[in-house]
Design a protein. Structure first.
Length: 84
């Protein structure tokens, strides 16, 4: 009789099915990225809204101003460049 519910368990880092007795496992980077993004999908979806709200506050507007100023200071040759 098998005392374990399954011989396999998901890798906590990438979600791949692993044999329990398997000691070493190298996560595939692409699989790991998909797994992490899948777990974070709600956070990612909420983040843009939260960021927009934050950037509308006085503090957020200052952060945008400061970040742009710092970027211009670090890369003077591209100071006038605008990105969209
Ligand atoms: Zn893994």
């Amino acid at each position: 009789m098998n005392v374990f519910p399954s011989r396999y368990m998901p890798c906590p880092d990438c979600g791949a099915s692993l044999e329990r007795r398997e000691k070493s496992h190298d996560c595939e980077p692409e699989r790991r990225l998909d797994f992490v993004l899948f777990q974070l999908r709600d956070d990612v979806a909420g983040f843009e809204g939260e960021l927009a709200v934050y950037l509308a506050t006085p503090r957020g507007r200052f952060e945008v101003f400061y970040a742009e100023r710092e970027r211009a200071r670090r890369a003077p040759e591209s100071a006038g460049e605008t990105r969209s």
